[in-house]
Design a binder for this molecule. Structure first.
Ligand code: CP
Length: 314
């Protein structure tokens, strides 16, 4: 794999899932593959899981890792072509990406959307500029519209915990107090549509995902109907794509409760984390034996390790 920006960069999805599960059992099997190779991790936004799991994955492969919180530790970056840089941006991405590419063999980038300019966000300006100018392979650590390392993790977690061959997987919108990106649900939908699962999306009116992400998934505004017979409930808040970046409904009736989980086929509960308790999901669900959010977060290491391994082998 020459880059990892979405599921479209994976030529053999079932093979990559099996590779990640194998690495979970054999974490140091490739400990020399990344010897004398350096991974740079550039964060324009906060992170706990992505930062630590990707670093651990790289170290399991023998790589050196450099991490930078770009927004606080580096120069303000300009991304507009032809900009007259007389404001507070001291360095253009053309130089910055190319320079980091001199130090690193692979560069990971996390950059969230503005949530104010849909066209620009969905053009993926930041990560595409790194692809264009870095001169080395780029790994998405969550971009404006996708979080592929999270979605790959979610798929391997479903694969290792499913109890039926083709599980019913439900992506459900849940309430939140902040306007959040669509990256996680977009990406989850994209990966589930590429996997062998029965995929359903439920959300209030006005929260439809972009059609290129929802694809052929069944979509319903009736959350209870969606939960019936589900094997996995994947909860996530997102702001509106249609009324871009806005919170148009924060109805607490959409919170995930034990009562609603009772409608399912003893579904496992999933969330990418961080999660706000008793807003998105009630304590009783998160603390139940059916919650697999910690296992899911743990699997971030094996997803990242499988992807980095493929990138090192490219
Ligand atoms: N799920 C996830 O990406 O977590 P972080 O934002 O903490 O990295």
């Amino acid at each position: 794999m020459k880059q990892f920006l979405s599921v479209h960069d994976v030529p053999d999805l079932p093979g990559l899932v099996q590779e990640a599960l194998w690495l979970k059992q054999n974490p140091y099997a490739d400990e020399n593959l990344g010897r004398h190779k350096t991974l740079g991790l550039l964060f324009f936004n906060a992170s706990l899981r992505t930062r630590l799991s990707t670093q651990k994955a790289a170290e399991n492969l023998g790589m050196k890792v450099m991490v930078m919180n770009v927004t606080t530790d580096s120069w303000g970056l300009e991304f507009e072509d032809g900009a007259i840089m007389n404001g507070n941006k001291a360095e253009h991405v053309k130089e910055a990406a190319a320079v980091v590419g001199q130090y690193c063999d692979i560069i990971g980038v996390r950059s969230f959307p503005s949530l104010t300019d849909r066209e620009k966000d969905y053009q993926e300006q930041v990560i595409k500029q790194f692809v264009k100018y870095a001169g080395v392979p780029i790994l998405s650590l969550e971009s404006a519209t996708r979080h592929p390392l999270q979605s790959f993790t979610d798929l391997i977690t479903i694969e290792e915990t499913k109890t039926v061959a083709r599980p019913k997987v439900v992506l459900t919108w849940a309430p939140h107090v902040k306007a959040l990106p669509q990256a996680v649900p977009n990406s989850f939908a994209e990966w589930m549509n590429a996997a062998d699962v029965d995929f359903v999306i439920t959300h209030p009116e006005g929260y439809a995902l972009a059609p290129e992400f929802s694809g052929n998934a069944r979509v319903t505004h009736n959350q209870r109907e969606a939960f019936e017979g589900a094997d996995f409930i994947y909860a996530k808040n997102w702001s509106s794509y249609e009324t871009y970046g806005q919170i148009i409904n924060s109805d607490p009736a959409w919170m995930i409760t034990q009562e609603k989980m009772g409608l399912t086929n003893q579904a496992k509960f999933m969330h990418c984390l961080p999660v706000r308790r008793n807003l998105v999901v009630e304590d009783a669900v998160l603390d139940s034996a059916n919650s697999i959010v910690i296992q899911e977060a743990g699997n971030r290491v094996w997803a990242a390790q499988a992807v980095l391994k493929r990138m090192l082998q490219a």
